[in-house]
Write a protein that binds this ligand. Structure first.
Ligand SMILES: Nc1ncnc2c1ncn2[C@@H]1O[C@H](COP(=O)(O)OP(=O)(O)OP(=O)(O)O)[C@@H](O)[C@H]1O
Ligand SMILES: [Mg+2]
Length: 380
């Protein structure tokens, strides 16, 4: 565990970049430092690998004061990734990634083999190995940066706005990739960003810093959204934190109804038996085809050419309450369609039922013993 204990950094010109900061950074999870520009995020990160030395306070790694460790040993245990990847422009991709292994004397063959393995790990085609950084896209360069930091398998990864320079689509891909990698590798990651959504998505714990390098709040993301410590944190979280909080609740508990789901070849009798105003019509495999209203359907056989598109369905157990709500809001009937992993309909649920579930989830959360909820295993 990394423990930052009452650390202050005053630069020679008198700027207080970090002010009596204390944080316990848990092992094998992602801790995010977030806050506005100039609030001391980079300074804090650099104090962890001693690129910057604190003015006061101590930082320990696994109980040992990092001041007592030789800088080279310390840095070897910490990969470092920065914005724009910071690659060596005159070295090929494979040699960039192999930098640290080569420094550690692994030999050319072994280092390159390790680099190739890491390229696959971070989702890079090994055919790119011989290229130079300028021959890659920004997103690819960023992946190289991550691979390079992981090359010597350090237990700690320090990442300073690693995904800030790429477009939103590539950025989402890189974030998903990092979460997947982290599942496999279980590193202790300290991740700096000024993007609160990125912080909420990636962080197991999130430290919100304010100007002057002071800690505003340190909490799991769900708690940040449900109980911001003050107006600063609340403003920083943005206007729709109630909706975003729904990402942390599963949709699996929603009560689905199958009364409104009928196969395309159902007879008028079956249609008449349903009490639902709208009917979701399915094909012979149980996959959704679209909506019809009961009156049109009860007139005779269902005309599958006249159905209203059903929109995007959700998968209970995988998707969050936020996704289910979004499906209902976008649905022409205000009912969301639930499917299993294979795309077969398991039922439908109304906006009203979802609203009731949201109210219940909020109430339960407020009355739960410690008020902290772990990151839900659901897709936001
Ligand atoms: N070498 C330095 N000398 C003097 N002041 C510095 C130095 N480096 C940073 N600062 C100041 O310390 C404060 C914190 O800087 P830092 O780079 O840690 O912020 P940051 O949170 O990473 O900001 P950003 O989001 O813009 O990257 C700023 O006011 C900055 O101007
Ligand atoms: Mg910075």
């Amino acid at each position: 565990m990394i423990r930052i204990d009452s650390v202050t950094k005053r630069y020679p010109d008198g700027t207080v970049a970090v002010d009596r900061l204390s944080l316990e950074i848990p092992d094998r999870s992602i801790t995010v430092l977030v806050g506005p520009s100039g609030c001391g995020k980079t300074t804090t990160l650099r104090m962890i690998n001693r690129m910057v030395e604190p003015t006061e306070g101590t930082i320990t790694l696994d109980g040992e004061d990092i001041q007592r460790q030789p800088v080279t040993t310390l840095r070897r245990s910490m990969g470092y990734v920065i914005q724009n990847a910071g690659l060596f422009q005159h070295r090929t991709i494979v040699d960039n990634i192999a930098t640290v292994p080569r420094m550690l004397g692994w030999g050319k063959q072994k280092s390159r083999a390790r680099a190739a393995e890491l390229m696959e790990r971070v989702g890079l085609d090994t055919a790119l190995a011989g290229r130079y950084p300028y021959q890659l896209s920004g997103g690819q360069q960023q992946r190289v940066g991550v691979a390079r930091a992981l090359a010597a398998d350090p237990p700690v990864l320090l990442m300073d706005e690693p995904f800030s320079a790429v477009d939103p689509v590539v950025r989402k891909g890189l974030q998903d990739e990092l979460l997947r990698l982290q599942d496999e590798l279980g590193k202790t990651i300290v991740f700096v960003t000024h993007d609160i959504d990125e912080a909420i998505k990636l962080g197991t714990m999130v430290a919100v810093l304010r100007e002057g390098g002071r800690l505003a709040q340190y909490a799991p993301p769900a708690e940040l959204l449900s109980a911001p410590a003050d107006g600063f944190v609340e403003d920083f979280l943005g206007a729709d934190r109630g909706i975003r909080r729904l990402s942390f609740f599963p949709s699996a508990t929603l009560e689905l109804t199958t009364d409104a789901v009928i196969p395309a070849d159902a007879g008028a009798e079956r249609v008449a038996a349903s009490g639902a105003p709208h009917l979701l019509v399915t094909d012979a495999d149980g996959r959704p085809l679209g909506w019809t209203d009961r009156r049109a359907a009860s007139a005779g056989t269902i005309d599958t050419g006249q159905l209203v598109p059903h929109g995007r369905p959700f998968v209970p157990g995988t998707d969050s309450l936020r996704v289910a709500l979004d499906c209902a809001v976008l649905s022409p009937t205000s009912w969301a369609v639930a499917v299993d992993d294979t795309g077969r309909v398991t039922g439908v649920v109304s906006q009203q039922t979802i609203a009731d579930a949201i109210r219940a989830a909020h109430t339960e959360d407020r009355t739960s013993a410690d008020g902290r909820s772990d990151k839900a295993e659901v897709a936001p």
